[in-house]
Design a protein around this ligand. Sequence first.
Ligand code: CS2
Ligand code: MG
Length: 404
Amino acid sequence: MADKIVDARVIITSPGRNFVTLKLITEDGVSGVGDATLNGRELAVASYLTDHVVPALIGRDPARIEDTWQYLYKGAYWRRGPVTMSAIAAVDTALWDILGKVAGLPVYQLLGGRSREGVTVYGHANAETVDGVLEEVARYRDLGYRAVRVQTSVPGLRTTYGVGRDRMFYEPADAAIASEATWSTERYLAHTPTVFARIREEFGPELKLLHDVHHRLTPIEAGRLGRSLEPYALTWMEDPVPAELQEGFRLIRQHTTTPIAVGEVFNTIWDCQQLISEQLIDYVRATVVHAGGITHLRRIFDLAALYHVRSGSHGATDLSPVCMSAALHLDISIPNFGLQEYMRHTDETDAVFPHDYRFENGYLLPSEAPGLGVDIDEKLAATFPYRPASLPVNRLEDGTMHSW
Ligand code: CS2
Ligand code: MG
């Protein structure tokens, strides 16, 4: 007799930052978890789950993962969008967790098994100054990282994306009402190549270097930046422009061979179908939590594999250890894996989300336990109440609203 879902809990907790987690329990007592965190919009996803999804899940067969995905996607009528797809992702992830536990296998075995020994990750070297970031790059290299993202302040700007107060942890959602940052493309374009010139001079050509432009340029500006970075052979230039205009990337491609990574804000395959099929990008950064879960993200990676595009999933601190655990099961199994972002969580977050993925020699290794290998300590989670927090906004020096 098929099992059925008998309980579904939407757990909001804030061990240093807000997380939303869905926990499903079956009649046979098997539980599964899914990350539903959408930075700055957590309560919207929590409500979508509580008010519109959970009532329809009770009584469903947890093994019908694809059918549940289609039910929640097509049944919503209002398709796509980060809130809807994060809610669907949480259900999907929890169902894969349950399936693995019932099968007695880690989820990566259900996805076709290992395609590599470990998941190569990159860390974040952030500092106000170039000298400071050289120290950070050295620290990550000495920790065994094979790839490092580099962000520094831009001279003349009060704050810059990616440079936080804390060296190891960066949490941008820092105020209930969005804080305001100021941006200057001219200052940024003049400064950035000098940073990578210094890093290559100091560390040589082997270390993989990445940089996040964070949606802030126009295509021709991105072409100029990419060309200025070519001597430093970056692994990728991330989010060079806002990605709604997919054909705009043709302009960037005409001017530079610096590889492009895009997609942490994507929530369905349609956000990147043209980017992938026209080979306008080199890495797709969509994630388990924001792109419809394991079921849909696998579809995106399968499309990408046809066009020489590799994965490069988002892995910031605002994606919980539940998402990271699930990501690693996909990362270790897909044929076209590229890189996995790995911003370490705080100790208190790790305590709320006990997991057994581990960092070793520049790799993250997924759990070998049945399912995803992660859980949520509900009692401990309850001791960290939700706190309103929004992502910053960005204005040009003349006050014009810009992308953050
Ligand atoms: C960034 C993120 O990790 C990244 O590549 O783009 O830090 C992003 O700013 C946050 O996840 C937004 O919540
Ligand atoms: Mg990014």
